[in-house]
Write a protein that binds this ligand. Structure first.
Ligand SMILES: Nc1ncnc2c1ncn2[C@@H]1O[C@H](COP(=O)(O)OP(=O)(O)OP(=O)(O)O)[C@@H](O)[C@H]1O
Ligand SMILES: [Mg+2]
Length: 240
């Protein structure tokens, strides 16, 4: 499926970010990013440690704000939103998956998955029904009552993926989602991402894992706070 004509969901123009260091200094982390992500794409973001991958992901995911430039997320100008507007945009448009899963140990699997809907004030019965559906999508419907410490690492990441899907986000962001898993489990999680992509989920994954980079449709490379490469892994055109 070609996604080159699909609608843009993320558009960055000249986006910069620096962090304050010490009394008056600062460190420039993003130097002017231009990037358009389209609906339905499966993208990998690669680059050396410290090149700014997490910083860029956090800005795209509305967990952090950029300094200069323009960021449009699904038609909304992120720079013009106040903190409430930003967190509501984040809660409805973005799904997150992290390296260390970020599950809440006191809650069971279903409650963890329901959490984003709880914050949106969705009724209990609807939360429950949607959580079960999300858990089915990740192959974990049989683990609803378990606590995070009663399931494996791979299962924990499936729970986190179900939680990220429950709001039907327009973009699922993963920062090293297989980084804390052994290679076999990591492969299974990658396979799940592929299934979700085939179902229409847009994915942006940060990774050091060449395997992930090789399987994505589009691979972005960062160095020293800049995007230095953006390759669409083109499928060979087959004319019937
Ligand atoms: N809150 C912060 N305050 C100051 N400097 C920061 C902060 N967050 C990140 N940095 C600096 O910004 C640079 C980019 O960090 P970032 O976490 O985006 O890199 P990364 O590409 O994700 O690296 P890794 O592959 O190790 O996760 C680094 O030099 C880091 O030290
Ligand atoms: Mg990082």
């Amino acid at each position: 499926m070609s996604t080159t004509n699909a609608r843009p969901i993320v558009e960055l123009n000249g986006v910069t970010k620096s962090y304050p260091i010490g009394k008056e200094g600062h460190v420039q982390v993003l130097v002017g990013i231009d990037l358009a992500l389209r609906a339905g794409e499966f993208m990998a973001l690669m680059g050396p440690s410290g090149s700014g991958k997490s910083t860029l992901m956090n800005i795209i995911g509305c967990l952090d704000r950029h300094d200069k430039g323009r960021y449009i997320l699904d038609g909304d100008n992120v720079g013009e939103l106040d903190d409430d507007g930003l967190s509501s945009l984040r809660g409805t448009k973005i799904g997150f998956v992290f390296q260390f899963f970020n599950l809440i140990p006191q809650l069971d699997v279903r409650e963890n998955v329901e959490l984003p809907l709880f914050y949106q004030g969705v009724s209990r019965s609807e939360r429950r029904q949607r959580a079960e559906h999300a858990l089915e999508r990740v192959g974990l419907a049989h683990r609803v009552g378990h606590r995070p410490n009663q399931i494996s690492g791979g299962e924990m990441q499936r729970v986190a993926i179900a939680r990220s899907l429950i709001t039907d986000p327009i973009l699922l962001i993963g920062d090293e989602p297989t980084g804390n898993l052994d290679s076999k489990t990591g492969k299974a999680i990658l396979e799940l991402f592929h299934q979700l992509h085939a179902q229409g989920v847009s994915l942006l994954l940060v990774t050091h894992d060449r395997g992930v980079g090789e399987q994505a449709e589009r691979v972005l490379h960062m160095r020293d706070g800049a995007l230095v490469d953006d390759k669409t892994v083109s499928q060979i055109a087959v004319t019937p």
